[in-house]
Design a protein around this ligand. Structure first.
Ligand code: PMP
Length: 458
């Protein structure tokens, strides 16, 4: 098949008509529309829009379509299941399909003999995480990171610190949450170059947590949990020092504080391991998952140490459609495809290739300030000559890429990180083509040839 294929400059007439219709019925609260894209169908890592344009997809519906689109195995499992029984409430009866998914996740997770809760989206998985942590410790305080995106239920909004605008007009939020800076090696409040001195960055953070936060802001003995993304996603794909979480865990244990990992974006193969936590050699107490586990079809949950989840009050985490048979079938197919097609290895191999090409581009173009990531979760930070974020140029690069047939989103706390999170099935050939388009878009943007720009969070 030909890819990418632009038959009419996007958004074409059909896309424009649908976008107009949306404005009349759907609330603006629904999202930040990065592109005027209306997908009609997809195959592998390609998306075809309603006008017949075919795009290479570096977005994967927000890092969720892990097996890509219309994977035959997923289609078959889901079709067969929906024909048999489409709903059976796991809160009231037993579901073979949900149990088989839980068994696989329990085997893969870096927590021994865990127990599992199910939800529908990453956001409610974070609510469940908070509930489990508070219930099991009976302590009120929660520590989270600046830049973290945890979702948009009331609970998740209350712990997130991605964009303050997402909390506007919603208070009072859940109290007793304190945020600390993430140990971003590229730029951090301590002015440490964390690539040259990773251990120094870890130490400085731990000292800050103890000497400032625990000593002056919240009583550590009354703190239930610290919640962290192992690699910050929406904040701009930020990878902390390798020893960070192991050292952090040691400190938290001294105070009896749990460590919960938000693996909604990083989990289920995204970084080339089942869970990104594995990169950091640490066993957390709780792990939230979502997005990619059912290739984006609406399954999430929490994996936790047995003692923490075993004695939750019956019915305190009850969500009617959670892990229904159809999404469980999708998750089962997803997990099987990841294993059978060696998608962890593919993520590592194609990810390495992408990072290498981006690093070469970084040498050539001063505007690329940093390239980072693991597996197929890669970020390229776009900066102006004095090193400050350049969201304007970033938006232009992404817009031009879109016109040329590449879905290339920008994210980051300051809207200046090009984010590459394609389906895990992407081939090197497709990735290479995508990067060629990105380079051309970058050249055009630098030459002042691009008039539009994509929307970004910032
Ligand atoms: N946590 C993280 C780390 C995420 O990236 C996201 C989604 N971007 C969420 C939670 C929320 O997930 P959802 O949108 O499925 O509710």
């Amino acid at each position: 098949m030909e890819f990418p294929k632009i038959v009419t400059t996007p958004p074409g007439p059909r896309a424009q008509e649908i976008i107009e219709r949306e404005k009349r019925v759907i609330s603006s609260g629904l999202g930040v529309k990065l592109f005027p894209l209306v997908p009609e169908r997809g195959y592998g890592a390609l998306v075809e829009d309603v006008d017949g344009n075919v795009f290479i997809d570096f977005l994967a519906g927000a890092a969720a379509a892990s097996t890509g689109y219309s994977h035959p195995e997923l289609v078959k499992e889901v079709q067969e299941q929906v024909k048999k029984i489409q709903h059976s409430m796991i809160g009231y009866t037993y579901s073979k399909r949900a149990i088989e998914v839980a068994e696989i996740l329990a085997e893969k997770a870096p927590i021994s003999e865990p127990r599992i809760l199910f939800g529908m989206s990453g956001s409610d998985a974070l609510d469940l995480t908070m509930m489990a942590a508070r219930f099991s410790t009976r302590k009120p305080w929660i520590v989270a990171f600046i830049g973290a995106y945890h979702g948009q239920t009331y609970g998740a909004t209350s712990i997130a610190a991605f964009q303050s605008s997402q909390k506007m007009g919603l208070s009072p939020l859940i109290p007793n949450v304190v945020w600390v800076p993430y140990p971003n090696p590229y730029k951090n409040p301590w002015g440490i170059n964390g690539y040259d001195e990773p251990e120094e960055l870890t130490n400085r953070f731990l000292d800050y947590l103890e000497s400032y936060i625990f000593a002056h802001v919240l009583p550590p003995d009354e703190t239930a949990v610290l919640i962290a993304e192992p690699i910050q996603g929406d904040a701009g794909i930020v990878v902390p020092p390798e020893n960070f979480f192991a050292e952090l865990k040691k400190l938290l244990e001294e105070y009896g504080i749990l460590l919960a990992m938000d693996e909604v974006q990083t989990g289920i193969g995204r970084t080339g391991k089942w869970f990104a936590t594995e990169w950091f050699g640490v066993e957390p107490d709780l792990i939230a998952f979502g997005k990619g586990v059912a290739s984006g079809m609406g399954l999430s949950g929490v994996i936790g140490r047995r003692e923490l989840l075993e004695n939750l009050t019956s019915g305190s985490a009850l969500l009617t459609p959670a892990a229904n048979p159809v999404v469980s079938a999708a998750a089962y197919a997803t997990l099987r495809v990841i294993k059978r097609e060696n998608l962890l290895e593919n993520a590592l191999r194609v990810g390495r290739f992408i990072k290498k090409r981006l690093s070469e581009m970084k040498e050539e173009y001063e505007v690329i300030g940093d390239v980072r990531g693991k597996g197929l979760m890669i970020g390229a930070e776009i900066v102006n000559p004095d090193g400050r974020p350049d969201p304007e140029l970033t938006g232009k690069i992404c817009w031009r890429a879109f016109e040329l047939g590449l879905i290339l989103p920008s994210y980051g706390m300051f809207g200046n990180v090009i984010r590459i999170t394609p389906p895990l099935v992407i081939t090197e050939e497709l990735a290479e083509k995508g990067l060629e388009i990105m380079e051309r878009a970058l050249k055009d943007a630098l030459a002042g040839k691009v008039t539009g720009r994509t929307i970004t969070w910032h």
